[in-house]
Each structure stands twice: as structure tokens, then as C-alpha cells.
Design a protein around this ligand. Structure first.
Ligand SMILES: [Zn+2]
Length: 119
């Protein structure tokens, strides 16, 4: 469901948006996130900072998903190496593992860059 206050899409189980919008009472409450609390207690209409926080949160989630995906990818390559003895299959398996490692590094780098940019 979409937050009417800041436009962020929240999971259906969410009781409250990150910006502090309460879906049950349909009113503005204090945010569960401590780092956005000062902006909300100051002025409800300062939506700019709210959306910036959401964007960074989303990018962080994508970074984590990338690392997870890379891990699964690498396990697939390892499985190939162990279970099949044919030389071509081994080559294929190691290609899988190498590309998995590459995307893991890319994902981790993305997270680190994100962290260093976050004040
Ligand atoms: Zn919101």
C-alpha cells in the first residue's frame, strides 16, 4: 500500500510508514525510525527529507538483495563443480562461481559506497 504522506510503497503488513504515517488511524504519528524523528517533530510538510531517506533505504535494500543473489549464484557454481565430473561441466561451474564472486564484490562495494555517502 502506498503512503499518502510521502508516496513510499509499504508492505501490506506495515502498520506505519517510515515517515511516520499511521495506516490504521490514518494520521501522522512519530516515526519508528529514530533518524527521521527530528524532521517530523519539526514540520509535517517537510516531505523532501522524508523521500530522500526512503530513496537511500531502497538502495540499501537493493544492495543487500544483490549480495544475497550473488551468494545463491556462487552456491550454484559450487554445486556444479562437485556434482559433475565432466571437464566442460567443471568449466561451466567455475564460470558460474567467478561471475557470482564478481557480483558479490559489486554488491558489497555498492553498500560500502552508500555507507560512506550517508552522513
Ligand atoms: Zn511515508
Amino acid at each position: 500500500m502506498k503512503c499518502p504522506q510521502c508516496g513510499l510503497f509499504n508492505p501490506p503488513s506495515a502498520m506505519r510508514c517510515d515517515c511516520g504515517w499511521d495506516f490504521n488511524s490514518k494520521t501522522m504519528k512519530e516515526s519508528y525510525l529514530k533518524n527521521t524523528a527530528p524532521a517530523i517533530s519539526g514540520n509535517y510538510s517537510s516531505n523532501g527529507s522524508c523521500q530522500n531517506d526512503h530513496g537511500q533505504l531502497k538502495r540499501q535494500r537493493i544492495g543487500f538483495a544483490l549480495v544475497l543473489f550473488a551468494g545463491v549464484w556462487m552456491m550454484g557454481g559450487g554445486f556444479f563443480l562437485l556434482s559433475i565430473n565432466a571437464v566442460s561441466a567443471r568449466l561451466f561451474g567455475s564460470l558460474f562461481a567467478i561471475s557470482g564472486a564478481a557480483s558479490a564484490v559489486r554488491g558489497a562495494l555498492g553498500l560500502m559506497l552508500l555507507k560512506s555517502r550517508t552522513p
